[in-house]
Design a protein around this ligand. Structure first.
Ligand code: PRP
Length: 207
C-alpha cells in the first residue's frame, strides 16, 4: 500500500528494539518515544509545502524557503502525549489539539472523553499521534472527528501497528498516509499488538 510508510532508518530500528524490551524503565521509555517521534517526523513531513523566501546572509542574498502551513498535532490521550514533544521540536508552526479516547476493554471500541476543538479549523494539516495502531478504532474515530472539523489533509504517525489496524484505517480513510516504525505480526485475543511492547500508556506513565 503506497500510503503506508514503515521506517527503515537504522536509528529508528535500534531505538524501537530498546523500547520493546521489557527491562526498559519508564524514564528511558519516555525518552525513546521522544527520540523516535523526532526521527519519524523527519520522514512524515517530506512533502510539507514550502514558500520561497529570500534570506540575507552575512555575505549577501540567498534563496530560501519557509514552511508556513499551520500544523495541528493531535495526540490521542493518553499514550499519544509522549510523541508531542519530539514532533514540536521539529516543526515550525504547530498547534496541539488533544483528543481523549479510551478503548473499552470488552468491546475494544473507542470511547470519546475529551475534545475541545473550536468550531472552525485553525490548521491546514493534522498529524494524528498515537504510539499504537491496534484495531485501528481510535485512529479511525480521531480522523472522523478531524474531517468533521473541516481538515482534509491528515496523516497518522505512530510507532507500532498491527496489520488489522493498518487495514481498518486504510479502508476507512484511504487518503490518510500512515507512518510507523513497525508493522508487527497480529493482534492477540485481548486486542494487544504482538509482539508489540505492552501497554504504551502504562509504560510511559508508570501505571
Ligand atoms: C491504546 C493506544 C491507542 C489505542 C489503540 O490506548 O494508546 O490509543 O489503545 O487501540 P485501537 O487501535 O484498537 O483503538 P488506551 O485505550 O489503552 O488508552 P491509554 O492511551 O489511555 O492507555
Amino acid at each position: 500500500m503506497s500510503h503506508v510508510h514503515v521506517s527503515q532508518h537504522p536509528l529508528v530500528l535500534h531505538k524501537l528494539s530498546v523500547l520493546r524490551d521489557k527491562e526498559t524503565d519508564h524514564r528511558a521509555f519516555r525518552e525513546l518515544v521522544r527520540e523516535l517521534a523526532l526521527l519519524l517526523t523527519y520522514e512524515a513531513t517530506r512533502d510539507l509545502p514550502l514558500q520561497p523566501k529570500t534570506v540575507t546572509t552575512p555575505m549577501g542574498e540567498a534563496k530560501g524557503y519557509k514552511s508556513e502551513d499551520a500544523i495541528g498535532l493531535v495526540p490521542i490521550l493518553r499514550a499519544g502525549l509522549g510523541l508531542v514533544d519530539g514532533v514540536m521540536e521539529m516543526l515550525p508552526n504547530v498547534q496541539v489539539w488533544h483528543i481523549g479516547l479510551y478503548r473499552d476493554e470488552k468491546t475494544l471500541r473507542p470511547v470519546e472523553y475529551y475534545n475541545r476543538l473550536p468550531t472552525a479549523p485553525t490548521v491546514q494539516v493534522c498529524l494524528v499521534l498515537d504510539p499504537m495502531l491496534a484495531t485501528g478504532g481510535s485512529a479511525v474515530a480521531t480522523v472522523d472527528i478531524l474531517k468533521r472539523w473541516g481538515v482534509s489533509r491528515i496523516k497518522f504517525m505512530g510507532l507500532i501497528a498491527a496489520p488489522e489496524g493498518v487495514e481498518r484505517l486504510s479502508k476507512a480513510h484511504p487518503d490518510v498516509p500512515i507512518h510507523v516504525a513497525s508493522i508487527d505480526d497480529r493482534l492477540n485475543e485481548i486486542g494487544f499488538i504482538m509482539p508489540g511492547l505492552g501497554d504504551a500508556g502504562d509504560r510511559q506513565f508508570g501505571t
